[in-house]
Write a protein that binds this ligand. Structure first.
Ligand code: 13P
Length: 250
């Protein structure tokens, strides 16, 4: 059985005050979340605050990006060791915003996955197609290409140390969620891609859905056989909504 995992991706949102309030709300209700693993991925500058506030709670935390370099003259970058220094368990790699706005390609994302994994972080590898790609009918090819970049670099077994997040780009921040059937179809195809290489890996790896998942639609998405959790943007900024999603996962 795969333990469901709900992770908040706060993106570039929040302030010290709003994050304190959000985390107070999450901490107050987390006891009602029975089965799901819960994490929040904060802007780097707030990770120290988050670490302090979440220490000793069941909620894990992580970063939203990392450098492929260990240390040195890389202005503005954050190393895996720095995330670990502040108790991060997770780090998001290959979010579509980083791929499209910051030019991160499959190879760079695969390197980030590798660096995170080797450092002992759990990478959350984001994959997903644009609307144009979906309309062309090449969703599976795009997702396979993104996944294969990691498999080619690290081997199929490396995926067990990470989490995959299927995030159709057209559903991110748009309020347009993939239907449970649409999401399940792609999740099943991702699982099959892995199973064709290694059935045991495919059985173990958790695949989150992301893209306008919210308190109202989470339960039906999470009920699908191959949806093992959610990567939540907007709805993770409100404690009640985030907790409702966490509870919907069990
Ligand atoms: P929204 O939930 O705001 O659509 O964002 C999803 C996302 O990109 C999570 O990484």
């Amino acid at each position: 059985m795969r333990q469901p995992i709900i992770a908040g991706n706060w993106k570039m949102n929040g302030s010290r005050a709003s994050i304190k309030q959000l985390l107070d709300g999450i901490k107050a209700g987390i006891g009602e979340v029975k089965a799901a693993e819960v994490a929040v991925c904060a802007p780097s500058i707030y990770i120290a605050d988050v670490a302090e506030q979440l220490a000793g709670t069941p909620v894990a935390w992580g970063g939203q990006n990392l450098s492929t370099e260990e240390k040195g003259a890389f202005t503005g970058e954050i190393a895996a060791s720095m995330l670990l220094d502040f108790g991060c368990k997770y780090v998001i790699v290959g979010h579509s915003e980083r791929r499209t706005l910051y030019g991160e390609d499959d190879q760079l994302v695969a390197q980030k996955f590798a660096v995170a994994r080797k450092a002992g972080l759990t990478p959350i590898l984001c994959v997903g197609e644009t609307l144009e790609e979906r309309e062309k009918g090449i969703t599976e090819d795009v997702v396979a290409r993104q996944l294969n970049a990691v498999i080619d670099l690290e081997g199929i077994e490396a995926l067990v140390d990470g989490v995959i997040a299927y995030e159709p780009v057209w559903a991110i921040g748009t309020g347009k969620t993939a239907t449970p059937e649409q999401a399940q179809e792609t999740h099943a195809s991702i699982r099959k891609m892995m199973a064709d290489k290694d059935a045991a890996v495919a059985e173990k790896v958790r695949i989150q859905y992301g893209g306008s998942m919210n308190a109202a639609n989470a339960a039906e998405l999470l009920a699908m056989a191959d949806i093992d959790g959610g990567l939540i943007g907007g709805a993770s900024l409100k404690a009640d909504d985030f907790l409702t999603i966490c509870k919907a996962a069990g």
